[in-house]
Ligand binder design. Structure first.
Ligand SMILES: [Fe+2]
Ligand SMILES: [Fe+2]
Length: 176
């Protein structure tokens, strides 16, 4: 059903991100298992715990605002997760797959940053102050995760320049 009011829009967006977060609790362990760099695997595991907390925060938002979530599936997240899964199936484990996993995860984080930014703005407009603060807390976690992933990507690039054995091998493979 089409949203007619800002409140409808808020309910729809919140229901959508609830589905997105639920999908991520299933996808993040797979990303962690596929990662070679232990720091990257640890980052995925940490974010899994945060994601579980973010789902609880959505439950709190629902309680605070007295709204009812709708049963929807976030198809955007479904697509992003599917792309990550394809990389896992197609690329052998190592630094190249790690780079692909970082890219896939950053797309997810950027999607979430956009979503929670909108949700916090809508909550503010609707006068849902407690909900807004909860959503801003999650927004902060998504941004911090994105920054952590950027650092890991940069670290990987500088290791490649230094020519660590694992990366050297991967480099050789792509040249030959
Ligand atoms: Fe999240
Ligand atoms: Fe996230």
């Amino acid at each position: 059903m089409a949203a007619k009011t800002l409140n409808d829009l808020f309910v729809h967006a919140l229901s959508d991100v609830y589905s997105a977060e639920k999908q991520l609790t299933k996808a993040l362990p797979k990303l962690a298992r596929a990662a070679t760099n232990p720091e990257l695997a640890a980052a995925f595991k940490t974010h899994l715990e945060e994601t579980q907390g973010q789902i609880e925060r959505i439950d709190q938002v629902v309680e605070n605002t007295d709204i009812k979530l709708k049963r929807v599936k976030c198809v955007a997240m479904e697509g992003l997760v599917e792309e990550g899964q394809e990389q896992i199936e197609e690329i052998e484990q190592g630094p190249i797959l790690d780079a692909a996993l970082i890219a896939a995860a950053q797309k997810v984080e950027h999607y979430e940053i956009a979503t929670y930014g909108t949700l916090a703005a809508l909550a503010k407009k609707l006068g849902y102050t407690d909900a807004m603060n909860l959503l801003l807390e999650t927004l902060k976690e998504e941004k911090a995760t994105d920054e952590k992933l950027t650092l890991l990507a940069e670290q990987q690039v500088s290791e490649e320049e230094a020519g660590t054995p694992a990366v050297k091998q991967a480099g050789k493979r792509s040249v030959n």
